[in-house]
Design a protein around this ligand. Structure first.
Ligand code: ADP
Ligand code: MG
Length: 567
């Protein structure tokens, strides 16, 4: 892989020499190609970060005035320097409405209007405020306004807020306050996230916030967990643990960690942690948190009703917050659907984009590891700075790629579902769904890698004839997010529940991503089949060989269930 990368980095495509070949890829907008342009301005009530200036104010013709976007912008009143407590419940209700916060549950604590109010009303330590200022956090976002007071009151919480709206800081601040006010006695808070990349990012955020304090945070790795097993005294050392489910379950089973004093359990990307593949591990983690005082918080940008139902069985009288509208994507993202005809059309479209010039950094999502590799081999020779990340790459490679993408050294990153959730690359300008996402949740999270922290971003989703039956699922999200969608798309039928379930389990079979003509592809496939059949024959002769090998390779080809990544 790195060898190709090296070749690609130095390779230049001679555009004049190959102009005839390029002409094949020149924009040839087919009559049946549809692009949907959507709102490119931030409705005031969604400008969580209070910085309209960052928007490129590139109003498309189809842009809907902010006031027409679901929820009324005209009611928004900015109370930046308002630290005064609420006088009555009706003031609270108006405040919540203006910030598009819906909150349900019994005895809901009032929101805070500013970080200062956390110190005044909830006795947060001054160091918290100092560190917030130091790292540029001036005003709480809506989820932070409401979630922090709830968590401080030690209430269970289901928090549903858009991608890039500051959920991490919401749970980190609550944990910091709790840990700081309690007696030091080993691990008291645990944050679980579905991937290592996300756990690392959360841990970095946490380390910044604890600057200058003796709060010990632990990003669990194989090595650090093993050290604890050898020296149980080390267990008293850490206050807050950030980890992935597999790693933590492994540590529990090997007696490398003691969760009996944990009073605060946060499940980030909770809906994905409640899915098959993770839910068993979450159950094991819950069983190990034996404190009767355990508080559970679930955070995600998507929270299907089924997940909420399941969550309620493990929670005590939870409070539920929804910021914005449920089932919508972040409204600062310009969402586009592009019909590409067939698989080959995708390569044509992406090469068009490269030839015409595009604004990196850009993330490209595909549905499997194999396709990620294939697309990389296609694009690496196009003279663009591209790399690929998936769970088959080593942890060192994965760390290096994430770092390079963060610093802008890498322009285009091809990825699997592994990168769909939580990862905060602030400057991503463009997300391309090269392969149509398998669920609406996947769509919302993938495109949520752009348009973060109030910035604008663009998302393009390719669809082929094969994907067309599922198109309405994305159209629904676009509609929910305040996008203008052509009438004919609105008339489309929703896919049947069962078909959606099938797609969720397994992505569509697609032709290989390749410039090799189809005829050759078929021959290659046939050749491959013969090789595999003869391999299988050989393995049948050897005892215990076959089934495990087969299953392993099958699982590995898809990253859609990222549980394998979480170790
Ligand atoms: P989410 O988990 O909701 O998808 P993150 O917690 O990753 O979003 O936050 C997205 C970005 O917003 C991060 O870069 C974070 O530093 C920034 N951010 C969070 N809270 C604030 C705030 N109150 N003011 C300014 N920026 C913030
Ligand atoms: Mg997050």
């Amino acid at each position: 892989m790195d060898f190709f990368k090296l070749l690609g980095a130095g390779a230049k495509f001679d555009k004049s020499r190959f102009k005839e070949d390029i002409s094949v890829f020149k924009p040839s907008r087919r009559a049946d190609q549809q692009t949907i342009d959507v709102v490119d301005i931030v409705p005031k009530e969604l400008d969580f970060f209070g910085d309209h200036s960052r928007q490129q104010s590139k109003r498309s013709e189809s842009a809907i005035p902010a006031s027409q976007v679901s929820g009324s912008a005209s009611q928004f009143i900015k109370e930046e320097d308002d630290h005064t407590p609420f006088k009555n419940n009706s003031e609270v209700a108006t405040y919540l409405k203006n910030h598009r916060i819906k909150v349900t549950g019994s005895d809901v604590p009032h929101p805070v209007k500013s970080f200062e109010m956390l110190c005044k009303e909830h006795k947060f330590q001054p160091f918290v405020l100092r560190n917030l200022i130091k790292f540029g956090f001036k005003q709480p976002t809506p989820i932070q306004m409401q979630a922090i007071p709830i968590a401080v009151h030690r209430r269970d919480l289901i928090a549903n807020a858009p991608t890039g709206s500051g959920k991490t800081l919401a749970f980190l601040l609550s944990i910091l306050h709790q840990v700081h006010t309690e007696e030091k006695q080993g691990l008291r808070a645990v944050i679980v996230s579905p991937t290592r990349e996300l756990a690392t990012q959360i841990h970095e955020h946490l380390s910044n916030l604890t600057t200058g304090r003796k709060i010990k945070t632990w990003l669990m790795t194989k090595q650090t967990a093993a050290m604890q097993a050898q020296d149980p005294a080390l267990r008293q050392k850490y206050d807050i643990l950030v980890t992935t489910p597999l790693r933590l379950v492994h540590a529990i089973q090997n007696n490398e960690v003691d969760l009996s004093r944990v009073r605060n359990l946060v499940l980030d990307e909770a809906d994905s942690l409640m899915e098959k593949g993770f839910v068993e591990q979450v159950d094991e983690i819950l069983a190990a948190c034996t404190s009767t005082n355990l508080q559970i918080s679930l955070y995600s940008a998507t929270m299907p009703a089924s997940v909420e139902e399941m969550a309620k069985t493990i929670m005590k009288d939870p409070i539920r917050i929804i910021v914005g509208s449920k089932g919508a994507a972040t409204e600062t993202i310009d969402q586009n659907l592009v019909f590409v005809g067939s698989e080959e059309g995708k390569l044509v479209e992406i090469r068009n984009m490269i030839v015409q010039g595009f604004k990196p950094p850009c993330l490209i999502f595909v549905q499997s590891i194999d396709r990620a590799k294939e697309l990389f081999h296609e694009l690496v020779f196009d003279g663009i700075n591209v790399d690929v990340i998936h769970s088959e790459r080593t942890q060192t490679q994965r760390n290096r790629i994430v770092q390079k993408f963060r610093t802008g050294e890498l322009w285009v990153l091809i990825c699997t579902e592994l990168m769909a959730r939580g990862i905060d690359f602030k400057g991503v300008n463009l997300v391309i769904n090269y392969d149509f996402p398998q669920t609406t949740q996947s769509y919302i999270h993938r495109i949520g890698r752009t348009g973060r922290a109030g910035r604008s971003g663009k998302a393009i989703t390719y669809f082929t004839k094969q994907d067309a039956p599922y198109l309405k699922t994305i159209v629904n999200v676009m509609r929910q997010s305040g996008c203008e969608v052509p009438e004919w798309m609105l008339q489309l039928k929703n896919p049947k529940h069962n078909d959606r379930k099938i797609l969720k389990k397994k992505p569509l079979e697609r032709d290989a991503i390749s410039t090799v003509p189809k005829y050759d592809q078929k021959r290659q496939k046939h050749k491959q089949q013969i090789i595999e059949q003869s391999k299988a024959k050989k393995q049948r002769v050897q005892p215990n060989g076959e089934s495990s090998v087969k299953n392993k390779s099958k699982n590995k080809s898809h990253d859609s269930n990222v549980s394998e990544d979480s170790e």
